[in-house]
Design a protein around this ligand. Structure first.
Ligand code: CUA
Length: 307
């Protein structure tokens, strides 16, 4: 898993890494020159004339201004290159929530849209265009190995893009303090071959299979008859809530609660029973006293089967 600005996995991050490298090298050179000037001043015996001093200050000032100007021009050119979104490529809408990411793969046919949460699968070598929105407060989309930060501002749609050139999992992180669990607002970009992407996408479009055993069937029943269904959507069932993440294929995700827990049946059951124990301030209510252990295990088994 990659999360490192110094090891870019795509063209945007490469531009930023190159610019960062340039800043470091120039800054190191300036530091070296200042140290040399300091040592020379210390070992020098004869006093410097007024004219000499004036010249020295003028030279240092103009060098500084020139260096900063070069930084400015380079910075603007990187901003231009990374800001210009390509006209081709898949379009995704990413909506920030306290404290998770809602992701829509847009399609001109609404029935072909895919909705997921916290995990984005993309094909390698293709640009992915993003529309960034926020449901509540300001969040910031940041996948260090793929691109720099871009804010998600309430009431405003920002556009940006990224591209992954090598297959792999890239970890991202909300980069704007958004409340209690800002730190537990991770996202994951999985870059796969175009063929694997197509099969993943088809899988996500499909209605998840019906429960395969009695425990899971009981899980679905409990899910639909308690509060779960008012907040979560599961394709092919009456559950159509939109307050929480879409769970149609939750079993296929790597993590629960935006990178907080590995997605295992045990963690799923623990999370359903008491989300606050893992993520204080999560909007999902505790189910102590409202659901029995057996019911929670049944829901967890059912959700893990949604692949
Ligand atoms: Cu969302 Cu910080």
């Amino acid at each position: 898993m990659r999360e490192d600005i110094f090891h870019p996995g795509g063209p945007l991050a490469r531009e930023v890494a190159r610019f960062g490298g340039f800043l470091h090298v120039v800054s190191a050179a300036v530091f070296g020159l200042v140290m040399i000037a300091l040592v020379l001043a210390l070992v020098r015996r004869a006093p410097v004339s007024e004219r000499g001093m004036r010249r020295g200050v003028a030279l240092a000032t103009s060098l500084t201004v020139a260096t900063l100007f070069v930084f400015l021009v380079y910075d603007l050119s990187v901003g231009r290159t990374t800001g210009r979104a390509p006209s081709r490529g898949r379009q995704l809408t990413v909506i920030g929530h306290q404290y998770w990411w809602e992701v829509h793969y847009n399609d001109s046919f609404p029935s072909r849209q895919v909705i997921t949460a916290n995990e984005i699968v993309v094909p390698v070598g293709e640009p992915v265009r993003l529309e960034l929105q926020s449901h509540d407060v300001i969040h910031s989309f940041w996948v260090p190995s793929l691109r720099g930060k871009k804010d998600l501002v309430p009431g405003h749609t920002a556009t940006t893009w990224f591209q992954a050139d090598t297959p792999g999992i890239y970890r991202g992180q909300c980069a704007e303090f958004c409340g209690h669990q800002h730190a537990k607002m991770a996202l994951f970009v999985t870059a796969v071959s175009p063929d694997s992407f197509v099969s993943w996408y088809k899988g996500q479009q499909a209605v998840p299979p019906a429960p395969s055993d009695s425990l899971r069937a009981e899980g679905l029943k409990v899910f639909l008859t308690t509060t779960c269904a008012t907040c979560h959507n599961i394709a092919g069932t009456p559950a159509s809530g939109t307050a929480g993440p879409d769970l149609s294929h939750v079993g296929s995700r790597m993590y629960l609660a935006a990178g907080t827990l590995k997605n295992t049946p045990g963690n799923m059951a623990g999370w359903i029973m008491d989300p606050g124990a893992y993520k204080v301030g999560s909007k999902m209510p505790s189910h102590y006293g409202t659901l029995t252990d057996r019911q929670v295990r049944a829901i967890a088994a059912y959700l893990e089967g949604l692949r």
